[in-house]
Design a protein around this ligand. Structure first.
Ligand code: IVH
Length: 691
């Protein structure tokens, strides 16, 4: 489905009086949140969403007395607190009995069958591995958000909970006047990995797993920190003192969804025990495809009347059980510890392991984070160690098996010089990490890592530029930094190992195509310490171009939501360094990271060289006459050609393409759709919004 782009919906509001405009904006933002978080079918792109939020915020500043107490702008974090107040839950947050085998599960079926005198129906759900919270709504408005605590008394984290965009501040439809919703706050594995990168770059201790990251992020005294962490929420149970308007767990899940809560798409009604067992088997593999961790499934008796009849013993309901999958662990030998130098110069010890299969994957290395971690776990070279893999997360060493430690086991020590450039190592004040003291451009390892990061899939996405190629390019002095990639020629690549005509052409085409990467990717690609994917997106939408970002003062940066003072200082520090400025200037010259075009048909003058020196061929039918696109190509500084040869830079491909497409593919020439082409020349926004 096509997403609405910037300016569209907001414009409609302009003619309304302020109060109505604000109401309408709030409605539009809520609809967009609901579509994104609950329906999983976004209706607005990030730019359009931000525009609505900005307009609402401006109106609220102008007319503070009209501001709505639960406006989506209130997701803006409040002030830090000294400690969390205690809140007592409306209904105790029960825990669950566990089982790990089919026999134990069968005993659960038998138990509930005996107690009820018949076989009940069940409801099966993934067991999210996060932090359980309770949300209380009064008359459909979020009043309190609390952690589980001891089950009766939790911590009041309302201010933090309000910053989680998938948690509705106002319920949809008709919900009970007082409602307590229970669910799990989680963090996706990729977000967890980038959070850890950011933490390590800032010299802080990394989180052990996504669950700890989610819990740590929610239990922050400063809600601005919570706001900067990408947390998600899934609802799975509810309580109302007036009773719930549903008869079963399956209906409750539907109701929660109707009220505006995200619920799992993998929940299933199971008419009997066989279906439950099939679900448990299937989920064992399906769960690996989830972007977040689950540690089992939860089986619940479906009918609420049956649940009431079965009751609770101690803190565990008799009507539900958690089937836990075994953690993916294995034993192996720690053969050695090597040191990797990251792009910011941080030295990370890496465990070299006797290769072993863990959770279906062959593991031969694991990160050890830092020297303190090794000391804390008392790991020695030669030890037998427990290795664990959770989903896609990098394997970790849980512990050493001290009883099996050989006499020859040795204690590892961090070297005092950089293994790559030989410069002394320095310990930065109050950082756990140690760093190479060379600037990035003088240490080969830092440089190589920086270039690999630049080209990586989430950044400029240059396929074919892995570690070995980067190493060869540096070794042969063909590049000295990321911008040099764009000056590489076929002749330079051909003599390198692993390169032939086709692979050289292909790499050059991939590098050329990366010039159209959107600004968020470009900012991420720079590798500014403490700036990960999410922060890069925020910076891109706030500044619109690399030069504007590079010129931003720390004060301007500090005004941005979800970006803390230490990140702002790091950004400013990055652009104050001459080598970094030179890289930025180089990229801008290449047309990378510039502001998108605006103006009427055709490229405006400041964009005149996005296609400088490029020749472009068109095939198939496009949305407008070919002549129109030829003009765009020329105005962007390119040349339009008729036939596909190895000199052609891009093929723009419309419907029903001819033999040119085949030929371009053979030659490894980048093929662009009409939309990709418009994006490349910076004309995409104008076209989507206007015509
Ligand atoms: S139901 C009385 N459903 O697992 C019912 N819990 O080991 C109580 N959890 O504390 C919980 N996914 O934090 C339920 N689909 C799910 C769940 C779930 C994860 C957590 C929850 C609970 C823990 C118990």
């Amino acid at each position: 489905m096509a997403l609405s782009s910037t300016s569209g919906p907001a414009d409609l509001n302009r003619e309304l009086p302020p109060a109505e405009r604000m109401t309408r904006l709030i409605q539009q933002i809520r609809e967009a949140d609901h579509a994104y978080y609950v329906l999983d079918a976004p209706i607005l792109d990030d730019g359009a969403y931000d525009a609505l939020l900005r307009e609402l915020r401006a109106l609220e500043a102008e007319y503070p007395d009209l501001a709505n107490a639960d406006s989506p702008t209130r997701r803006v974090p409040g002030e830090p607190v000294e400690s969390f107040a205690k809140v007592s839950h409306l209904e105790s947050l029960l825990s669950l009995g566990n089982c790990m085998t089919d026999e134990e599960l069968a005993r659960f079926f038998q138990r509930v069958g005996n107690l009820l005198g018949r076989a009940p129906e069940f409801h099966c759900e993934p067991k999210f591995d996060g932090l359980s919270i309770a949300l209380v709504y009064h008359d459909g408005r979020l009043a309190v958000g609390a952690t589980r605590g001891d089950g009766s008394l939790g911590e009041d984290v309302t201010a933090n909970v309000r910053t989680i965009r998938s948690i509705p501040q106002t319920l949809r439809g008709r919900a009970p006047a007082v409602l307590q919703v229970r669910g799990e706050v989680i963090m996706d594995r990729t977000s967890f990995l980038s959070l850890n990168e950011t933490l390590i770059a800032a010299g802080e201790a990394p989180k052990a797993n996504p669950r700890n990251a989610a819990a740590g992020s929610l239990r922050q005294l400063d809600p601005r920190i919570t706001a900067s962490r990408p947390l998600r929420f899934f609802a799975y149970s509810a309580y109302s003192p007036d009773g719930l308007p549903v008869g079963s767990q399956a209906e409750l899940i539907d109701a929660l969804r109707d009220w505006g809560f995200p619920t799992s798409a993998s929940n299933r009604h199971a008419p009997g025990a066989d279906e439950v067992v099939a679900y448990v088997r299937q989920m064992e593999t399906t769960r690996r495809d989830f972007p977040f961790d689950t540690d089992g499934v939860v089986v619940k008796v479906n009918a609420l009347a049956d649940q009431a009849e079965l009751g609770v013993v101690g803190r565990e309901p008799r009507w539900a059980i958690a089937y836990k999958y075994p953690p993916e662990e294995a034993y192996t030998t720690l053969k050695n510890v090597t040191v990797q130098v990251g792009r910011t110069g941080v030295l990370t010890p890496v465990a070299e392991l006797e290769p072993i299969v863990v959770g279906g994957v062959l593991v031969s290395r694991a990160t050890l984070h830092n020297a303190r971690e090794i000391a804390r776990k008392d790991l020695r070279i030669g030890d037998t160690v427990v290795v664990r893999r959770a989903g896609e997360v990098i394997p970790e060493i849980v512990a050493a098996v001290v009883e099996r430690r050989p006499d020859t086991a040795t204690i590892w020590q961090m070297p005092d010089t950089c293994p790559s450039c030989g410069a002394p190592i320095r310990q930065v004040d109050d950082e756990v990490a140690v760093r190479c003291s060379s600037p990035a451009n003088l240490c080969r390892a830092q440089l190589a890592q920086g270039i690999e990061h630049f080209a990586s899939r989430n950044c400029m996405n240059v396929e074919g530029l892995g570690p070995a190629v980067v190493e060869a390019l540096l070794e042969n002095e063909l590049i000295h930094g990321p911008a040099d990639l764009y000056r590489l020629t076929r002749e330079q690549l051909l003599p390198l190992p692993r390169f032939a005509e086709r692979s050289a052409e292909k790499l050059l085409a991939n590098i050329a195509a990366s010039r159209s990467a959107d600004l968020g990717r470009v900012i991420d690609a720079l590798g500014i310490p403490q700036v990960g994917h999410e922060t890069a997106q925020v910076l891109a939408s706030a500044f619109g171009s690399l030069d504007r970002l590079a010129a931003a003062s720390e004060e301007q940066l500090n005004e941005l939501e979800g970006i803390g003072p230490s990140v702002c200082a790091s950004i400013r520090g990055y652009f104050d360094e001459a080598t970094n400025r030179a890289l930025v200037d180089n990229l801008l010259e290449l047309g990378i990271g510039r502001a998108p075009l605006d103006g009427a048909a055709g490229a405006s003058s400041d964009s005149g060289d996005r296609l400088a020196g490029a020749s472009v061929v068109i095939t198939g039918s496009l949305s407008r006459p070919r002549r129109y696109f030829e003009e765009l190509i020329e105005k962007a500084g390119g040349r339009s050609a008729d036939s596909v040869t190895s000199k052609v830079s891009y093929l723009v491909c419309g419907d029903a393409p001819g033999s040119k497409l085949e030929k371009a593919r053979k030659l490894g020439i980048p093929v662009l759709s009409e939309a990709e082409f418009l994006e490349l020349i910076g004309a995409s926004e104008r076209t989507t919004a206007g015509g």
